[in-house]
Design a binder for this molecule. Structure first.
Ligand code: TYM
Length: 332
């Protein structure tokens, strides 16, 4: 029986962080043995913010190295750069004809960019979800492991797939968000403002490349409050976030001890942070060290990308031929 197809991507706009790891990469690693996986570095998507050309290669190589250091095996999956697969922009062009400006303008991530960067509202930003749909549909993926922030984009990919199928004939399955533990993961910044992010909120984000001292410093500065004033009080979201991080990196006993303390109103946030800092250092260190070694081995990274691109192109070529045929642009 053929395996189900999985696609997901990460933009090459900075260092990967705990949100990328727990929202996406952890699921990639868990899926790689059971599914037919295509994981890529979304370097075209990163062009919306006009990165310096001299930084691009190092950024792409770092994302690859950090994925492999997190446990992704390039022999089991196709790990490639989006720009190495020309069938993706071809499908993007086709899907653009089925995407309406009105619906694209309503996408919350687009509206947020318009608000935060009014000087750079380019049409690549507007059609960002169309390119994402092309990334996914080019391999006819059915499962897409992503964090909570990408759910709306996935819904749009389903709409575009449905629209194509209705107009031209059945070609694309409608891709669904996938997570092993079912719960949508969103890792907030340690300052309690927004989510951990590659390029913003830098001091409140823990990167997979952060050294031990930096991790400790960031966690000790994390936002807390006076503590609960009554037993079993509801946690504010920034405290919930600290507990989530503890749950993801510490032993079950440790989590229970601090949860009990919270519920009994005798929690000491200083102790919680110290514990979390140590567990986080233990968690990040092997990934960071492995990623640093890999980044020095450019030959290996180049080989991974080349082999990944070959696998991705083989699958993409078939889909684009079928799409051309259904649309009627196969002339000889
Ligand atoms: P990007 O590069 O912003 O993030 C990569 C993955 O990490 C997840 N993520 C988070 N999860 C939880 N908490 C956070 N704070 C957090 N920050 C990021 C994201 O949900 C994502 O899964 N548009 C995508 C890249 C992309 C893509 C695709 C993804 C392009 N084409 C096709 C899937 C399928 C993006 O910018 O992700």
């Amino acid at each position: 029986m053929s395996k189900e197809i999985v696609v997901s991507g990460i933009r090459s706009t900075g260092h990967l962080h705990l949100g990328n790891y727990f929202g996406a990469i952890q699921n990639y690693v868990l899926m790689q043995d059971t599914y037919d996986c295509y994981f890529f570095v979304a370097d075209y998507h990163s062009l919306t913010t006009h990165p310096d050309p001299k930084d691009l290669k190092a950024n792409v190589f770092r994302v690859v190295a950090e994925n492999v250091a997190s446990g992704l095996d390039p022999d089991k999956v196709a790990l490639y750069a989006q720009s190495d697969v020309p069938e993706i922009p071809e499908l993007y062009l086709m899907l653009n004809m089925l995407a309406y400006v009105g619906e694209l303008e309503k996408v919350p991530t687009f509206k947020e960019k318009v608000r935060s960067h009014p000087e750079n509202v380019n049409s690549g930003l507007l059609t960002y979800p169309v390119l994402m749909a092309a990334d996914i549909l080019i391999h006819k993926a059915v499962k897409v492991p992503v964090g909570k922030d990408q759910e709306q984009h996935l819904e749009m990919a389903r709409n575009f797939a449905h629209r194509f199928n209705t107009r031209y004939g059945q070609l694309f399955p409608e891709p669904q968000v996938f997570r092993f533990n079912k719960e949508a993961v969103k890792i907030m910044g340690l300052d309690g403002i927004g989510k951990m992010s590659k390029s913003e909120n830098v001091n409140a984000t823990i990167y997979l490349s952060d050294d031990d001292a930096t991790i400790r410093k960031k966690i000790m500065k994390a936002k807390t409050d006076q503590g609960p004033s009554e037993p079993n009080a509801e946690m504010p979201d920034f405290i919930q976030n600290l507990f989530l991080l503890l749950q993801l990196t510490a032993s079950a006993d440790t989590v229970t001890t601090f949860k009990d303390a919270y519920n009994n109103c005798n929690i000491r946030y200083g102790d919680l942070k110290k514990q979390l800092a140590e567990d986080m250092v233990t968690f990040v260190k092997p990934i960071r060290e492995h990623a640093t070694d890999l980044q020095r081995d450019e030959t290996r990274l180049r080989k991974i990308l080349k082999e990944g691109a070959e696998k991705a192109r083989e699958s993409s070529r078939k889909t684009i031929e079928e799409a051309r045929k259904l649309i009627g642009i196969n002339y000889y």
